[in-house]
Design a protein around this ligand. Structure first.
Ligand code: NAP
Length: 538
């Protein structure tokens, strides 16, 4: 580690956002450094090593688009690439562009204090290392703060227990083991499907079932990769036009213009299609109107009924409290078939809630479950969690945590009033939480970089959004969210997390912008074209 402490820009996080952000800054000759809490780069793909972890974006839409050379050199091997390969990819990018030398690892930031007199941020790590910088850009992810339940006795368990985010790096042999998985979100569904036929006994502790549809993964042959490579411009153009920034675009024939039989035939096609086609390529009415949503939900419920042999069990796996697509849709590979196995058992926590964790397993109100391993697939303090963990003090010592106590408030999801020279890539109220992540952050990184350039070129040293501009953006975020059926759901999109105080049932936070990638990109473009006139510069 060098002795140098003062930089023009500090970037927090060496994940998908931080890697591209430092690339752009280095190319401009900006004196910048990445501080990364972990001992290596990769963020989400460094941490989430649980069996079954993989993209649910088509791999070739997840890779960076900024370098033709990079696109030429990297081959994706599966349509939905697994975690080890994704981590290899991010390392390949960092090594290819020599980015590692601009990163400090094991540098978990504990606090960031704005120093008005010096017009700079003072950033201190947990180990007491202090840095200063004119600008700070956060790339701390939207799902980087895992949350565990608060059951009594969790420390007493004598076997192995961990959150999926902390799945051990060293190989873990589950052969013959009695494994309990708590949680059936996208993570739990991936783990359960992958380990069902490898463990001795698997008990799934389910509080609320999730809608889930097939991922339909497949290998990518050399010939197909050549074809993809030739079409990259079209693929990224397609993503730029799609609300969710995937290669899927909504079907605008009109839900009511088709007969029910036609709709079902269409859904049969979507159910057999890869990735988020069934969500992003569906009729928009399905996500916005009750009746179409109910019909779609019934369709997916029937597919689950076809796949699970025990009808009573199938009913337990079908959500009854929310409609299809109103929470983040997990994509699965033989998930429902796992429940047809003799060694897999569903423990329905609605019938018998967990009382405590014991030395030997999990006690519910009706049973004692003896286990060797407990896996907490219990999710994240999403979107704002990474900021909650930092002590961010802005103008006059105001704490960001206080400002955002009842929910975030930002201008375009990129800046926030009272916290000058702070830029957030994948910040709250941006599209990073609601669309194909790399597509969103590439746009954000470009915007942020051009803003920093603009501020420097104009000879300014300080900027922050006006309060009015921020209020207007928050209103827009709320307006758009109100139009979606998702506004009623208990998912992380809207800030729900039973394990975080203030995020329990009934919470509605405006954490993400749901206006779609294309609309958001046009708003960013307009803000820059108008000379960033919503930002006060000096
Ligand atoms: P999640 O969607 O928030 O799911 C958490 C699960 O844990 C829910 O089933 C929840 O039940 C349960 N749970 C939480 N606390 C519990 C408690 N105290 N007792 C019992 N059950 C509890 O989290 P996730 O599955 O980690 O997924 C988060 C996001 O990560 C996804 O939505 C996705 O965006 C991303 N992800 C992506 C991929 C990918 O394929 N690229 C894979 C995995 C994850 P309730 O519903 O009842 O609260």
């Amino acid at each position: 580690m060098t002795e140098k402490q003062d930089y023009e820009v500090l970037v927090l996080g060496a994940g998908v956002s931080g890697i591209y952000q430092i690339k752009r800054l280095v190319d401009l000759g900006v004196d910048a450094l990445v501080l990364e809490a972990d001992d290596d780069l990769g963020g989400t793909w460094y941490r989430n090593r649980y069996p079954g972890a993989r993209f649910d974006s088509e791999s070739y839409t997840y890779g960076y688009s900024f370098s033709k050379e990079l696109l030429d050199e990297w081959d994706w091997r599966e349509r939905f690439s697994p975690q080890p390969e994704n981590l290899r990819y991010l390392n390949f990018v960092a090594d290819k562009f020599g980015l590692r030398q601009h990163m400090h690892f094991n540098a978990r930031v504990a606090s960031m204090h704005w120093q008005e007199a010096k017009c700079q941020w003072r950033v201190e790590t947990q180990t007491g290392q202090v840095y200063t910088a004119r600008f700070v850009i956060t790339g701390i992810g939207v799902l980087s703060v895992p949350t565990e339940p608060r059951y009594p006795g969790m420390d007493s368990f004598k076997g192995q227990a961990f959150h999926t985010y902390w799945w051990p790096k060293e190989p873990l042999d589950l052969t013959g083991k009695r494994v309990g998985v708590i949680g059936t979100g996208a993570t739990g569904i991936q783990v359960i499907s992958e380990i069902a036929d490898k463990v001795g006994e698997l008990k799934v502790f389910q509080r609320r079932p999730n809608w889930s549809t097939p991922l339909n993964n497949s290998p990518i042959s050399t010939a197909e990769m050549d074809d993809i490579r030739a079409r990259y411009d079209d693929i990224f153009a397609q993503c730029a036009e799609s609300p969710n920034s995937f290669v899927h675009t909504p079907d605008r024939r009109g839900f009511d213009n088709l007969t029910k039989a036609e709709r079902i035939a269409f859904w049969d096609e979507l159910y057999a299609s890869p990735g988020f086609a069934i969500l992003a390529g569906n009729f928009p009415e399905v996500l916005m109107q009750e009746a179409p949503n109910q019909e779609m939900s019934e369709y997916v419920a029937n597919r689950i009924r076809e796949r699970v042999k025990d009808p009573a069990l199938a009913e337990k796996l079908i959500p009854k409290d929310h409609g299809f697509g109103t929470q983040r849709l997990p994509l699965e590979t033989r998930y429902f078939e796992a429940y047809n196995r003799d060694n897999v058992h569903l423990v329905d926590l609605q019938d018998s809630p967990i009382e405590c964790i014991t030395q030997t397993g999990i006690r519910t109100t009706t049973d004692e479950h003896e286990l060797d391993v407990i896996v907490y697939a219990t999710g994240f303090n999403a979107i704002t969690g990474g900021f909650d963990k930092l002590e961010v003090k802005g103008v006059d010592g105001q704490l960001l945590g206080d400002k955002w106590k009842d929910g975030p408030s930002t201008y375009l999801g990129l800046t926030t009033h009272g916290f000058p020279n702070l830029l957030m890539v994948a910040g709250p109220q941006s599209v990073s939480g609601s669309t194909n992540f790399p597509r969103a952050i590439e746009g954000a990184v470009d915007w942020v970089t051009e803003l920093v350039q603009h501020v420097r070129e104009q000879g300014h040293t300080r900027f922050e959004p006006s309060q009015e501009a921020e209020q207007a953006w928050v209103e827009e975020v709320k307006r758009v969210q109100q139009k979606l059926l998702a506004r009623q759901s208990q998912g992380w999109f809207t800030g729900y997390n039973s394990n975080v105080v203030g995020h329990e049932v009934g919470t509605v936070r405006y954490q993400a912008y749901f206006g779609g990638g294309p609309k958001y990109a046009s708003i960013l473009k307009k803000a820059a074209a108008e000379g960033y006139d919503q930002l006060e510069m000096s």
